[in-house]
Ligand binder design. Structure first.
Ligand code: MTE
Length: 326
């Protein structure tokens, strides 16, 4: 399914993902049904299920203390789904492209430049980022604007720890996150599907909310390349595209940043992009979602929750018309 959408006339990959996923799930349901009734089949299915939750054998472990304040009780998304069904347009627009092509990304050495309206501009390397605050494991829901969701154990800490270190000036009203855009490492950057580099942004009070996370790992390991190695943002109350991957620059600004999806299709993707079941995307409803990893062909969709089930962020938007500021 391809729908013309963006102002640049390119078909929206955001909509095109639906059919392949359903075929995949139908196949999985079929295999499951085939397995039922035969002991060997059931054992095989259980083995496959265990493999789905297993981590990668070669990845570097990243020890983190579970933070009980940030745990959703929903079942975690299998590691294989979270690492093979991705959006990372720098590696292509198909869900399978990042896992297939992100091997060319070199996550070390890596630095993030922090600049703009801060008293202490600085460049931090990965070791400095890993030591900046105690690493925590937080299990967050991630809701993509396309209508699917996952539950992922991230490793990292509140972005506010970084803000505290660089001391934003009184002029810092917004924070801009800039992803790497290197044609040599990222084949998708040769395509005009988005304006590169991928840029996202937050208001400074959103960036300071304890839920906003700077993530360096997931499932107890360093981030896989396809999930935004070596460092990304995770904003569980916003649609997934706000969570910029493979960040190389964080800039504090007076003005609201121009963000990649807002530039590409302003009527469809606003600056705030808070998960909101009451405000539909112009081309589809946002009232329900499919949970990746448990959504067979006949499984009912889940109701999408306001702010993705994180009501504690509501005061950030007190008095704002969320239909206008979508
Ligand atoms: N960051 C960059 N640099 N490029 C991207 O294409 N895709 C976004 C977001 N961050 C994207 C990005 C979208 S649409 C989603 S849903 C999430 O990453 C997906 O994160 P995940 O692959 O870890 O699930």
């Amino acid at each position: 399914m391809l729908i013309k959408s963006h102002s640049n006339g390119i078909d929206s990959p955001f909509a095109s993902e639906i059919t392949p996923r359903e075929i995949f799930e139908a196949r999985r349901t079929f295999i499951k049904q085939m397995a039922v009734g035969s002991i060997a089949g059931t054992a095989l299915f259980e083995m496959a299920n265990r493999a789905a939750f297993a981590q990668s054998p070669n990845a570097q472990k990243l020890a983190a203390k579970p933070n009980p304040a940030y745990v959703v009780m929903d079942k975690q998304t299998p590691y294989t789904d979270a690492t093979t069904y991705n959006n990372f347009y720098e590696f292509g627009t198909d869900k399978s492209d990042p896992a297939q092509y992100a091997g060319s990304l070199k996550p070390r050495p890596w630095t993030i430049a922090i600049e703009g309206e801060v008293k202490k501009p600085m460049t931090l390397d990965l070791d400095a980022l890993l030591k900046l605050a105690p690493l925590e494991e937080r299990i967050y829901r991630l809701r993509c604007v396309e209508g699917w969701s996952m539950v992922i154990p991230w490793v990292g800490y509140s972005l506010s720890a970084l803000l505290k270190k660089v001391e934003p000036t009184g002029n810092a009203k917004y924070v801009e996150f800039v992803s790497l855009a290197d044609k040599k490492q990222m084949p998708g950057v040769n395509s005009p599907v988005l304006e590169w580099p991928y840029v996202e942004g937050l208001r400074i009070d959103e960036a300071n909310h304890p839920l906003a996370m700077l993530a360096l790992g997931m499932y107890g390991e360093v981030l896989p390349n396809q999930n935004g190695a070596p460092v990304r943002i995770v904003l569980p109350w916003k649609y997934g595209f706000k969570s910029a991957k493979s960040i190389v620059k964080i800039r504090f600004t007076k003005e609201q940043p121009r963000t990649a999806w807002n530039v590409s299709a302003p009527q469809e993707y606003g600056f705030y992009s808070n998960v909101n079941p009451n405000v539909d995307h112009p081309r589809w409803s946002q009232a329900t979602e499919r949970r990746i990893g448990e959504d067979g062909l006949f499984t009912r969709k889940r109701k999408t929750l306001m702010f993705n089930g994180y009501p504690e962020v509501a005061p950030l938007y007190a008095g704002m018309d969320l239909k206008k500021f979508y």
